[in-house]
Design a protein around this ligand. Sequence first.
Ligand code: PLP
Length: 372
Amino acid sequence: MLYLDNSATTQLYPEVKDAMLPYLMEEYGNPSSKYYSVAENAKAAVKQARNHVASLLGCEDSEIIFTSGSTESNNMVIKGVADQYPHVGNHIITTKVEHPSVLETCKYLEEKGYKLTYLDVDQYGRIDVQQLEEEISDQTILVSIIWGNNELGSLNPIKEVAEICRENNVFMHTDATQIIGKVGIELSEYPGITFLSCSAHKFHGPKGIGVTFIKKDQYGIPTKITPLLHGGGQEQGIRSGTLAVQNIVGMGKAAEITSERIVENQRKLSELENYLTQILKNKFGNQILFNNDVKNKIPGIISIQFSGVNNELLVKSLSPVIAASTGSACSSSKPSHVLKSIGLDIQQIRSTLRFSLSPLINQNDLQIFQQL
Ligand code: PLP
């Protein structure tokens, strides 16, 4: 079976599995313990992994907080800022096309009395920076904008967003879950970004581990958020709980490999995307319509309407040979809010399929589409 659902999750790099195994077996120490070897080894492994993730993101090691993944990181930042800065304001700006872990957290806060603005998007799911600028007020405590969309691949103008936030002295968060490993980032070039979320399993690391980047100082003061989890004070007191050493080591290894291969992977994914696009155009002609833009996007994510076809039936019928998706993995039973936000009607949404590629496949693998 050809796996083309890499936006849902990815296969582990074999090197990641090998790096993790000792920490599931003989190196089982708790990194918060002291003086004896298995604890010190675990601590050293976490330190190294933190350094690999920080290098991948272009930030300092101390700005990396390990979490269970992007869902937790998104919750941590949005709830944590809302709780920490009520004296500054109660207004949060986000978009209509965020992942549910952002949208549902925002709805929760809205029910608690916070004021939320959900920015509109264009036909490819990108925000208008002018609208963002107009919405920022002296009550705004956080702007949370997805970097790259999980259903369409479109990249938001994050540089401009970060600049607007900086000019207005407002904290900015970005959900970067989908771009890591596919688009190179260097956080030191984005001084306006205060927080970022990502998950290891989207770039060939293990599931259940992710990171929140928290910029040490923003606008001249140390960045503070209220913890989601209180307890033993791990992760600088921001995320308590015994560290999942084997997962952290796996994320570190995936980050190290990703840093080495990012340019090659980006090129490979673009080539594969162009190749698959051409095959599909040749085969299906005007029976298909592409929802995604061709430029300024995460390479390797394609969203297509197959006119007159039910996407669930199509995914099922393809499943023995190709694994594809009717949308995002987490909300595939509901019509996609992302596709709705770009103006698609229910018929068009119900006929849309997403293919998300991996640098671990090649053009020969995609020949399978010729046989459909
Ligand atoms: N944000 C985006 C854009 C995603 O695509 C996902 C997962 O699909 C998440 C957040 C949540 O990540 P996780 O399920 O690893 O917590």
